[in-house]
Design a protein around this ligand. Structure first.
Ligand code: GLU
Length: 482
């Protein structure tokens, strides 16, 4: 028999930007597909219509592509055999399958209203049941009752008719054998809502089956959905895909990462805006739930494709450590060649400097000063801004240095020398200071410190030549003249 081609999917709800957990699911599915020469599908699960946000789908898609995770099929690159890729465009398909289950007696229409359900739930709980289950009232309804409901204008939903006492077992790719009983699934759950929109558990089965998905790798929060989905596969006599549930991502206090926790940056777009490199994020996320069999910490996407092994997906929660993310990013920044580094860092420099005043060579010289120090692009803004907009001189010692009676002479001589200067480079600046020293006989600290203080307001920092480069000759002369 021919081996089935591996097909996996990343199936977000378009409820917001690409989140770290979503990016992790997408990455692992992508690596899984690549490892087995398979395909990855980007599918939109937009049936929870109140939660959809405009632009949610496109931004997720764009962020994925930015990370280097290119789906083989998506709403933007459909394969006609499987399209459409948005669930809200597939409502007819779900309806047909749901009606098929009704015809076979595996599902039934339910006319109960929410208010009625609430009352009976309350009753059940008062009678001491631990977990509420739908009481199958409509399964046992007479024809007359149903006619009466219809006359009232009630619109039914469709509920699955679960088999009683059925063992549902599967081999999870991450956690091994997992066993449930059909009795513990919360009763006959709804598969089609009365508004004609399927529930997640139903739509996902129909789609995974029709799209020939072979493996489902998703977050642990879906573990309890899997037996419900398998129950549906069984009713259709379809072979379920293999499932793997990745462990939750926790914060440094061991708490599950919450999208509402604003202390942690969780969205890919936030990292992009701060100057994190996509390849660094991929590397970081790779190690968020997967352990290589060596101590290696830096993986390119190609190496990740090569070495990824689903058997090594972690079974304990993965801790999201923002410092580690920044460390990883710093490693990647250091590895950029000059051209890429400049292209990457320029927009951030532009938040501190007027870029039109500099040529690329000067910008690169300045940027290289910080290359080994920054954790992300954004980190270059503050030190440059401090030079462009210096603070007032503070501290007694500093003020005393500025007040030396040699200082005006130093500034005057320096201004004259700078006026003659053709190019700011280390040799020329060294020569300039040598000339000043020879002309007025001031040297050492009394020569350099007042200049540094007049230019930046502080007594430490990068080399004077670089400060002059950043400020430009005219600005240096202006500051000294003041
Ligand atoms: N739309 C679901 C989610 O965003 C996907 C779950 C699945 O992969 O089955 O969580």
């Amino acid at each position: 028999m021919e081996e089935k081609k591996v097909r996996v999917r990343y199936a977000p709800s378009p409820t917001g930007f690409l989140h770290i957990g979503g990016a992790r699911s997408a990455l692992f599915n992508y690596l899984f597909a690549k490892k087995y020469n398979g395909q990855i599908i980007f599918r939109i699960e937009d049936t929870d219509i109140e939660r959809n946000v405009p632009g949610g789908e496109k931004s997720q898609y764009d962020d994925l592509r930015w990370l280097g995770i290119d789906p083989d099929e998506s709403p933007y690159e459909p394969n006609e055999k499987y399209a459409p890729y948005r669930q809200m465009e597939r409502l007819d398909i779900y309806r047909q399958y749901a009606e098929e289950l009704v015809r076979r007696g595996d599902a039934y229409y339910c006319y109960c209203t929410n208010e009625e359900l609430e009352i009976r739930k309350e009753e059940q709980l008062n009678n001491g049941v631990k977990a509420y289950k739908y009481d199958r009232k409509c399964l046992n309804a007479t024809k007359e009752q149903i006619e009466a409901y219809k006359k009232e204008g009630r619109k039914p939903c469709i509920r699955i008719k679960l088999h009683d006492h059925e063992k549902i077992e599967f081999d999870d790719l991450v956690r091994g054998k997992v066993t449930f009983s059909s009795d513990d699934l919360g009763g006959d759950f709804v598969i089609m809502k009365s508004n004609g929109i399927p529930t997640y558990n139903f739509a996902v089965v129909i789609d995974d089956h029709l799209m020939e998905i072979t493996h489902v790798l998703r977050g642990e929060e879906h573990l309890s959905n899997t037996p419900k989905q398998i129950a549906i596969y069984r009713m259709f006599n379809w072979e379920p895909p293999k499932f793997g549930h990745m462990t939750i991502i926790v914060n440094q206090n061991g708490k599950k990462l919450s999208k509402r926790d604003n202390n942690i940056l969780q969205f890919m777009s936030q990292y992009r805006d701060l100057g994190y490199l996509p390849e660094a994020i991929v590397n970081f996320i790779l190690l968020l739930g997967w352990t290589p069999d060596s101590n290696k910490e830096i993986f390119s996407m190609d190496e990740a494709k090569e070495e990824f092994d689903p058997k090594r997906l972690s079974t304990s929660p993965s801790m999201f450590d923002q410092q580690k993310m920044t460390w990883t990013n710093a490693q990647y920044i250091r590895r950029l060649d000059d051209a890429r580094y400049l292209e990457f860092i320029k927009p951030f420099m532009g938040k501190a400097l007027d870029l039109s005043k500099y040529d690329d060579k000067t910008l690169l010289d300045i940027a290289l000063l910080y290359k080994d120090e920054i954790g992300c692009g954004n980190d270059i803004i503050a030190p440059l801004t401090n030079i462009i907009s210096p603070s007032e001189v503070e501290g007694e010692e500093e003020k005393a240095m500025l007040a030396l009676d040699t200082t005006p002479k130093v500034f005057k001589a320096l201004i004259e020398e700078l006026n003659e200067l053709k190019e700011v480079n280390p040799e020329n600046i060294k020569q300039v200071f040598k000339n000043v020293q020879n002309a007025i006989g001031v040297k050492g600290k009394a020569l350099y410190m007042p200049v540094r203080l007049a230019l930046t307001g502080v007594s430490h920092g990068i080399e004077l030549v670089n400060i002059i480069k950043i400020l430009g000759k005219e600005e240096v002369i202006a500051r000294l003249s003041k």
